[in-house]
Each structure stands twice: as structure tokens, then as C-alpha cells.
Design a protein. Structure first.
Length: 262
């Protein structure tokens, strides 16, 4: 009797090409979904960072007669009279030592909280880069400088944003801490003030997250001015505690607790 032997059969070139094609099709279907889920996860982490920073600000205020912390431009009306009036992010005023030397850090105690996970770390920026999607590796968030030292009960719960058309948008929670556009974070000013033309980031689904005085975290797509980095803080306004008139939030030279005088 003749014995039968079994021989392994290899893939033909055509079969191999079919398998590669199927894998390619599957990858093209799955990758966008995976990328979307990753972006959602990064956005959730960024929201958590903003919420934690605002929590640190409110905890600081609870220890200092309801005053928010200071900002480095908050001494325009004279030098800080007590240590806690100095900058929330760095003290002394040196990019090298932030955020650990800031007055809010003891309430946060985590350098990672100051960094958006969706921002690429630009090791070459050192605070001097100009990539709107790059982090300087130290901080990605800014504090609306006009509220430097303000008592939280004097800050309105709601604000308006001026649209590019010149009209005002609806009322939204007043911004205190926001994710700043990488160009401003890494560009001409190495500090955590959010003022003047500083603009919020557009890295999270075309917008970014900010924290309000009530502790809430909100997403917003701040208008961008084509060919320029936007009007930034000048686009925001809310009612002043003294004048009861609309006050622009772009003011960068408000000294400690001067919000009470607006």
C-alpha cells in the first residue's frame, strides 16, 4: 500500500495580497475611531487639570480672606506688600522655577497638573517657541490677570464674549483660568498671565477648556482673527463691582485687588 504524506501548503502571492488588503481596510476603519477616543481621553484629562487648578485657586482664597492669588503684573500699583500677593505660577519671577515656586502649587502639589496632555512638549521652546500646539514643558494654562487678588464674591458669575461680528454672544460662566494658546505660552511672555491679546487654545475639538469662579469647567471656541492671534482677552467683558458697567477683561495692569475699583 502506498502511504500518503501531508505537505504544508503556503500562501500564494494572491492570497497574501488579499490578506494585506483586508488588514489595510480594517485599519482604515478602526484608526479614526481610536484617534477620536484618544482625543476625548486627552480632553477629559485637560478638563481635570483646569478643575484642579481652579480648586487650588479657591483653596488659596479660603486661606486669604477670599482673595484669589496674584499675578506678576499685579504689582503695577506698587510692590506686593505681603508674600501671598506674588505670582500664582512663579516666585521669584523666573520661568526656570515654575510652577513649584508659585503660591498655588502647595494646593496642587503636582507639576503635571499645569500641563495639557494634548500639547506636544517642545523641548526647544524654553518659553521662546511659537508653536500653537506645543507646550513649553512648564505650564499650559493662564490666569485672567484683571482678577489678580480679587475677592471671589466681587467677581460676576456670568460674562459675555464679543464675537468677530462686533456683537456679543450669550452669557457664559466668567473665565478665571484657561488653557492658553501655545503661541502666547511659548512666545514673547514667559508667564502665566492671560491678558491683552492672549488667546485661548483651539486644540480640543477646535476649542479649549476654562474654569469659572463657580468652580465649573466649560468648553469654548474663542473667535480667532485671521492673520493675527486674535483679540484674546479683549473679547471678554463682564459687569464691574463698582461701576456696574461692562468692563473689558483684557486689562493687564491691574494691581493687587484693584478689581474692586472697576
Amino acid at each position: 500500500m502506498r502511504s500518503k504524506t501531508t505537505q504544508a501548503k503556503g500562501f500564494t502571492i494572491i492570497e497574501l495580497l488579499v490578506v494585506i488588503t483586508l488588514i489595510t481596510i480594517l485599519m482604515s476603519i478602526l484608526l479614526p475611531g481610536v484617534s477620536k477616543l484618544r482625543n476625548i481621553a486627552l480632553g477629559v484629562k485637560c478638563q481635570g487639570n483646569v478643575r484642579s487648578l481652579m480648586g487650588g485657586f479657591l483653596a488659596f482664597a479660603a486661606d486669604h480672606d477670599n482673595h484669589l492669588p496674584g499675578a506678576d503684573r499685579g504689582v503695577q500699583g506698587g510692590p506686593a506688600q505681603v508674600p501671598y500677593q506674588t505670582d500664582w505660577l512663579m516666585n521669584p519671577q523666573s520661568y526656570q522655577y515654575c510652577p513649584q515656586t508659585g503660591t498655588v502649587y502647595p494646593y496642587i502639589n503636582s507639576a503635571k497638573t499645569y500641563l495639557c496632555p494634548a500639547m506636544d512638549t517642545d523641548q526647544n521652546s524654553g518659553g521662546n517657541g511659537n508653536d500653537e500646539y506645543a507646550s513649553n514643558g512648564k505650564f499650559d494654562y493662564g490666569f485672567f490677570t484683571i482678577f489678580n487678588g480679587a475677592q471671589i464674591q466681587m467677581i460676576p458669575q456670568k460674562s459675555q464674549m464679543i464675537l468677530l461680528s462686533g456683537t456679543t454672544g450669550g452669557w457664559v460662566p466668567t473665565p478665571i483660568i484657561c488653557q492658553e494658546d501655545g503661541y502666547q505660552v511659548n512666545g514673547y511672555d514667559q508667564e502665566g498671565n492671560h491678558s491683552n491679546v492672549d488667546q485661548m487654545s483651539h486644540i480640543h475639538n477646535g476649542g479649549s477648556y476654562y474654569a469659572s469662579i463657580d468652580g465649573s469647567v466649560n468648553w469654548i471656541n474663542e473667535p480667532d482673527v485671521e492673520g493675527y492671534w486674535g483679540d484674546g482677552c479683549w473679547q471678554w467683558q463682564c459687569m464691574g463691582p463698582k461701576s456696574k458697567a461692562m468692563v473689558n477683561l483684557g486689562n493687564a495692569y491691574s494691581y493687587w485687588n484693584s478689581w474692586k475699583d472697576f
